[in-house]
Design a protein around this ligand. Structure first.
Ligand code: F3S
Length: 641
């Protein structure tokens, strides 16, 4: 039986397990990436594991999230990451070099390799044919130490792209259509593998826009083949030697098959407040726009920026619109500056931001109250922009630029002929913002400023797990709800005790105080609890507050893994109606917890207040059971070393 691309890479990297969907496997990791908001924790954890030098083929530490440096905190983190990277064998991408996924694609990604990143949009690397997976910082720390990465063997969904996009339709519209069809839960437990004749018409950056937003499908990752188009991209990056061909076997088997006819796609938008709330621009109508933001790891490539510049050229941004543009990397910004496109953007009235995540992570450019903000980004959860009442629409760069000119949501087909942008034969290559690690790490001193605080480590599981239901939340709670990530809090990513004061406060302001007053307890969640980013702070902050278990209707994959890594029990209701039977402050008890966790695959939770009990599933592999018993991955790794 033939193999698809995902299976081929997994087979080449398999360490343990059977390649049958649903069973636990572990794979060898070739490359890792971190960004600064998760990176400080990943390197603190790497240091705690106690290995003198990273064992991966290449590891890169990017600074792209917290680049404002409004106080000493960001700069402390940057200094810590730079020195720890230098010591332990990690390449360091300085602030200003660009957004991790964009730069990784340009300068480091290699088809056929595995990439583990402490950022949920790591699957962007699938655009170049990598098996690129987002994970928590601790998983990345273990991978840097040479340990395998454990995951559930995914099912593989083939998305066959037929035909060719019409002019003014974009790669963004393809992934929005996939989101419309499959929903934000549609990729859970799956790799989305793109195939069909339509893929040949898509450049590597366009493919990367699509794999990037596979994270919004909840997918383990997304991947394109490595073909002639990939070779051209790598050649233009001066990295032809990194190319290998990677195609599915002609008789490859897939678990699911979705067909999308590119010729039928129109410009679209994901409407507030979910990336799968997708509608055609022509059907939404001309709503007034206050802000347009172009950039992020989804849509900040050279090709995206050149299209935007061509649309803006010789025109003026509407009076009611603030247009901000963040080119994705130093390479992109340099090329725009050299060929005059940057001048066209500035002349039209655009505000040019640093090559960094910026407004995507709420670092500046919060829209005004009740604003409509069009963004080329990948997430539009409520409040992520920094303004709770803002309505964020996710659109292509073409829709964004056209709307910035008219001041209303605009179908770019109204502008006449679409600009034709050619892929450059050669990109401008200048890696002088990348610092190579020291050849001998033992001479390097790691600098720890006052913002670098110890992180919480759990205790081994006790005989009894008991506590109150400290909060009860509904469906689709995101990691932004659990651990808000705004400009005020981002500088404290290496200071978990401080961050914990804000845990789940978008749902309930009193939660942190209540959790502390009760010495910890349980969180009760709905479906898809913990969707969104990979941030393990969404597990570390509850751990800091003494949370022992989360009982939900279902979990998002990375968040569940992060809970297990922290030694917090992730339980799902065997019978979902039991969710309704729990009220806040109910006293819950799991007796004989060690035995129950070891043996049953489920635990009996007693509700002492209601004098009732219910069964909660624990979908844990044998290894995860050991991790829970040890009190998390760090304790487990130390024991197994
Ligand atoms: Fe940065 Fe936003 Fe991507 S925070 S890594 S640009 S999702």
């Amino acid at each position: 039986m033939g193999l698809n691309i995902a299976q081929k890479i997994i087979k080449n990297h398999l360490v343990t397990g059977e390649m049958t969907a649903g069973s636990e496997i572990s794979i060898r990791i070739d490359q890792t990436l971190t960004q600064d908001s998760t990176g400080t924790m990943a390197y603190l954890q790497f240091e705690a594991v106690g290995i003198p030098r990273v064992k991966t083929k290449k590891s890169v530490a990017y600074i792209d999230h917290n680049t404002l440096q409004a106080g000493f905190e960001n700069a402390d983190d940057h200094k810590y990451i730079q020195t720890v990277a230098e010591k332990y064998g990690v390449y360091f991408s300085k602030p200003g070099n660009g957004i991790c996924h964009q730069v990784h694609l340009e300068r480091f990604g290699v088809p056929g390799m595995t990439l583990l990143g402490s950022d949920s949009h790591t699957p962007t690397g699938g655009g170049i044919g990598m098996l690129a997976i987002g994970a928590g910082g601790l998983d990345v720390a273990v991978a840097m130490g040479g340990g395998p990465y454990y995951l559930t063997m995914p099912r593989v969904c083939k998305v066959e792209l037929k035909g060719k996009l019409n002019s003014w339709s974009a790669a963004k519209d393809i992934i929005l259509e996939v989101l419309r069809v499959l929903s934000v839960k549609g990729g859970i437990g799956k790799v989305i593998e793109y195939a069909g004749e339509g893929i040949r018409t898509l450049t590597v950056p366009e493919r990367a826009t699509i794999t990037n937003m596979g994270a919004e499908l909840g997918a383990t990752t997304s991947i394109f083949p490595s073909d002639e188009v990939t070779l051209q991209f790598l050649r233009a990056q001066g990295r032809e030697n990194d190319w290998v061909e990677l195609l599915p076997d002609s008789d490859a088997v897939y678990d699911e098959h979705v067909v999308i006819d590119l010729a039928t796609l129109e410009p679209m938008a994901a409407m507030p407040h979910s990336p799968d709330n997708v509608e055609r621009i022509s059907a939404i109508g001309n709503i007034k726009v206050d802000q347009v933001a172009i950039g992020s790891c989804t849509n900040s490539s050279y090709m995206d920026m050149m299209k935007v510049a061509a649309i803006l050229k010789g025109r003026t941004v509407a009076q009611n619109v603030s247009l901000v543009i963040a080119p994705g990397s130093k390479q992109v910004l340099t090329m725009l500056a050299q060929n005059g496109a940057l001048a066209d953007m500035v002349a039209a009235g655009a505000r040019i931001l640093e090559s960094a995540c910026g407004p995507c992570i709420g670092m500046g450019q919060a829209p005004c109250t009740d604003a409509v903000s069009l963004r080329t980004f990948n997430r539009n959860f409520e409040g992520r922009s920094g303004t709770t009442s803002a309505k964020v629409y996710l659109v292509s760069p073409e829709v964004a630029a056209a709307s910035a000119l008219t001041g209303v949501l605009t179908d770019p087909r109204q502008l006449g002929e679409a600009p034709k942008i050619e892929m450059p034969k050669e990109f401008v290559i200048n890696d002088n913002l990348v610092v190579a690690p020291a050849p001998e790490g033992n001479t390097v001193e790691v600098v720890r400023g006052p913002n670098i605080k110890p992180f919480p480590v759990n205790r081994p599981l006790g005989e009894e797990v008991t506590g109150k239901a400290l909060i009860k939340v509904g469906d689709n709670i995101t990691t932004d709800h659990i651990m808000p990530s705004n400009a005020k809090l981002l500088p404290f990513r290496s200071n978990v005790p401080y961050l914990a004061e804000f845990c789940l406060t978008p749902c309930d302001q009193e939660f942190p105080a209540r959790a502390k007053a009760n010495g910890g307890g349980f969180i009760i969640g709905g479906s898809n609890y913990g969707q969104g980013s990979s941030r393990e702070h969404a597990a570390l902050a509850p751990l800091q507050l003494g949370i022992k278990g989360v009982i939900a209707k279902s979990f998002a994959r990375i968040h569940m893994a992060n809970l297990i890594n922290s030694g917090i029990l992730p339980m799902t209701f065997e019978n979902e109606t039991d969710y309704d039977s729990i009220d806040m402050n109910d006293e819950l008890l799991i007796e004989d917890a060690i035995e129950q966790v070891k043996e049953a695959g489920a635990v009996i939770v007693k509700n002492l207040t209601k004098q009732s009990e219910f069964s909660a599933k624990l979908s844990l592999s044998d290894r995860q059971v050991q991790m829970i018993l040890a009190g998390g991955l760090l304790n487990y790794t130390k024991v197994s070393n």
